[in-house]
Ligand binder design. Structure first.
Ligand code: GLY
Length: 596
């Protein structure tokens, strides 16, 4: 039986975070070079666009967004067109079969808003659904592949909600570029080929997935023959986008689209049904707005069921104090990285224990953001020693995924949009509907799938996150906007890459804000990630001016590193200056930004 979490319980739990009080006394001795000076050695010559900018993780999508802005659309119009296009050109990351979160800020009115279009568990599942499936001989990996993995998509409702409340152009106009690309085709790039290799690997490891991935394998992988430059098109998806443009969200709620999606998900045992699709609603909600959180800046970010907003706010607030006490070391210095990693650990431990869908669990948002908690987290960090995961907490672990895409848009009126969309894993559940051309998500795996046990990734989450019909699984997606002390937009950012979304988004924001880097340089910097468990630092090949000495210093403090460097998420960002916009897309996924 799950017990409610109250504030006293939280504080008592925090007291168990097991930290000595070496604290900040030695921090001041550990100065590094000023980040701005160090970073200037790698400075890009950033273009400053005057009228509008888009950063998506595919060049065609960024161009579509700028076309909409040039044609007189606002940032929301552009974001809708970009989102729909990404669903075509990054089919393994996002699309109509997935969900997402949007955070926006309109500088003219000073109003921020957010949208929750996260997938929900369908009618017909229950808390022990995956445990029971396993004991009754269900397929290995059922929460990740095939119909059981499919949650009710939220993206179509999100597109229409954003349009109804903030759009100005017709939906048929905004969906037309995506439909045209789906119909005429586009060229696969190396990122697409990498995703196909990943799908091929799962098909080889789990042969039962060959049947359920048949359509995806043919449609998006050309049966394994796809290479860079191969032409890919999807006539059925083009027709679906046209139908949504003509008939609106009704075409999603009844008729051949929901019937077809429910049929293909159920063919491999899933519970997706027409009633759940028809009843799904995206919600416009208040974002999490935290004033004076990082050197005077205000953070506008996503509340639960995203864990990202709270974690980013905690880490930035902790890190600000640590940086100040340490004499503002460079982000790339050993001390800069040590303090960041130590700030990440308790935030990720708290994420695993306390965060879930607030409509179904008593998420203690205020308590997790209290000054007293931040002070405690700061006081327990040691300057010369890495704390073990066991010292931080003895609890739970986090999920992992790759099938996500983030976009940023700003228009000439300075309405900014950060929108992260996902189908969860690469190619989602692998289940697609040939009739509508839609690939379905595997977001059920973001729930706690097997209570009290490690999931497929060897990771665990809290029981608050067990599946219940209508509940939204915990997410790491972290669309975030930074406002300066005057309330002007300073930066927009977000990422794809599972729990690494949180650490990557905040490192890019740090680079632009604290490091005074242009957006491309902030994105290029090699990143680190520590999610508390596994108790090891994921790190990227270090091409920064800091060299690799920082790793030796961190190892001497007791930090453990992964065996080899690997990517730490994919970030899109826009840095906003009084005289223009500096957008950048992550070269890690071959993104290219645009503006005018
Ligand atoms: N499936 C990605 C996330 O929501 O964290």
């Amino acid at each position: 039986m799950l017990k409610p979490i109250d504030r006293r319980q939280l504080i008592a739990r925090l007291a168990l975070l097991g930290l000595s009080s070496t604290g900040l006394s030695t921090l001041a001795a550990c100065q590094g070079p000023p980040t701005g000076a160090a970073a200037s050695r790698r400075k890009h010559h950033a273009v400053r666009y005057k009228n509008g900018a888009v950063a998506a993780d595919h060049p065609l999508a960024s161009e579509v967004g700028v076309d909409v802005l040039r044609a007189g659309g606002n940032a929301i119009d552009a974001a809708i067109a970009v989102n729909a296009t990404l669903g075509v050109v990054r089919p393994y990351s996002c699309g109509l079969g997935g969900g997402g979160f949007l955070v926006a800020h309109d500088e003219r009115t000073g109003r921020s808003w957010a949208m929750n279009a996260r997938e929900t568990a369908p009618k017909g599942v229950w808390e022990s659904y995956f445990t029971d499936l396993r004991s009754s001989g269900g397929p290995e990996g059922a929460s990740r592949y095939g119909g059981h993995a499919v949650a009710v998509p939220g993206t179509p409702n999100g597109l229409f909600l954003a349009h109804r409340t903030h759009g100005t152009m017709s939906m048929s106009r905004l969906l037309a570029p995506a439909a045209e690309i789906a119909r005429d085709g586009f060229e696969a790039d190396a990122s697409h080929v990498g995703a196909v290799n990943s799908l091929a690997g799962v098909r080889a490891r789990l042969p039962w997935t060959k049947t359920i991935s048949q359509w995806t394998w043919k449609q998006w992988c050309l049966e394994g023959t796809v290479e860079v430059g191969s032409k890919l098109s999807n006539q059925a998806l083009a027709d679906t986008l046209d139908a949504l443009g003509r008939h609106g969200i009704d075409a999603w709620r009844s008729g051949t689209i929901p019937t077809g999606l429910a049929r293909v998900a159920r063919a491999s045992g899933g519970k997706l049904n027409v009633a759940s699709l028809a009843e799904y609603r995206a919600d416009e909600i208040k974002p999490l707005t935290l004033e004076n959180r990082f050197f005077g800046a205000t953070i506008v970010t996503m509340p639960p069921p995203s864990s990202g907003g709270i974690a980013i706010a905690q880490i930035l607030a902790t890190y600000e104090r640590l940086l100040e006490a340490a004499g503002r070391p460079s982000l790339d210095s050993a001390m800069g990285r040590h303090l960041l990693i130590e700030a990440m650990k308790p935030a990720f431990a708290l994420r695993a224990r306390y965060l879930a869908d607030p409509a179904f669990a008593p998420v203690p948002v205020d308590e997790l953001l209290e000054e007293a908690l931040i002070e405690k987290m700061v006081s327990e960090i040691e300057t010369d020693r890495a704390r073990t995961a066991q010292e931080i907490d003895d609890g739970l672990q986090l999920p992992d995924d790759e099938g996500t895409s983030h976009l940023c848009v700003i228009d000439g009126q300075r309405h900014a949009v950060a929108w992260t969309s996902t189908i969860n894993g690469t190619f989602g559940s692998f289940v697609g509907d040939p009739e509508s051309g839609i690939l379905l998500n595997n977001e059920m795996d973001d729930f706690t799938t097997i209570q009290g046990e490690a999931n497929l990734y060897g990771l665990r989450q809290s029981d608050w996150n067990l599946p219940v019909p209508g509940k939204r699984p915990l997410s790491s997606m972290s669309p975030t906007i930074l406002l300066d002390e005057d309330g002007s937009i300073e930066a927009i950012a977000g990422a794809s890459g599972g729990p690494r979304i949180i650490s990557a988004t905040l490192q890019v924001l740090l680079g632009m804000s604290y490091g005074d880097l242009d957006a491309a340089t902030a994105i290029d910097r090699s990143r680190v990630h520590h999610q508390w468990r596994p108790d090891s630092i994921r790190y990227e090949e270090d091409h920064s001016q800091a060299g690799s000495d920082w790793r030796t210093s961190l190892e001497n403090m007791g930090h453990t590193f992964d065996d080899a460097p690997r990517g730490v998420a994919v970030v899109q960002a826009i840095r906003v200056h009084p005289d223009g916009f500096d957008p950048a897309s992550d070269p890690r996924k071959l993104g290219v930004a645009a503006g005018y």
